[in-house]
Design a protein around this ligand. Sequence first.
Ligand SMILES: [Fe+2]
Length: 189
Amino acid sequence: MAQTATVTSIADLVQRIRESAAPGVAPEPGRVRDILEEALATTGDWIDPAYQRLGDGEYALYPVYRAEDGRCSILVVVLRPGTPLPVHNHGSWAVIGVYKGREHETWYRRVDDGTVAGRARLEVEQTFVNERGTAGVVPDGRIHTVEAMDGAPAVSIHVYGTDIVTQQRSEFDLHAGTERVFRPPFAEV
Ligand SMILES: [Fe+2]
């Protein structure tokens, strides 16, 4: 049997992602996806329960890793059924792996020319059902949202090629046709 290190904690996952890239170089999203899928194949509940709590908010975002050089960060995201995340971008690539539950994801494309500040018109580009144990890359520049399915909370791991806590990014109101600064609430870890 191949000697693949078993991931038993977020710290293990962080170490494997860090080791996938040379010092001072951002991890490669395709490699991060493979590492994340290997981690998600680990049996047992290896994410600290403290990072799987929904709390009172519409969703919970736990920043469990922020690289000192700002080239990578990881959130554990807990989604409440019936409450999709605001439609948003990332300012980098993202890799999303589903740890518990199932998620419905929608990608949008921008159909205006972006020349009017605060205005944005979006159209649905593609939708996905993300099953537990799978991971996928969201390329830089994509606009998307995710929602828990099956009436149950979903827990997923989101890896970014930036410090997502400080990264400037946008949220979009599809019906109003607007774009504004996205400052989601991050939970304490
Ligand atoms: Fe996202």
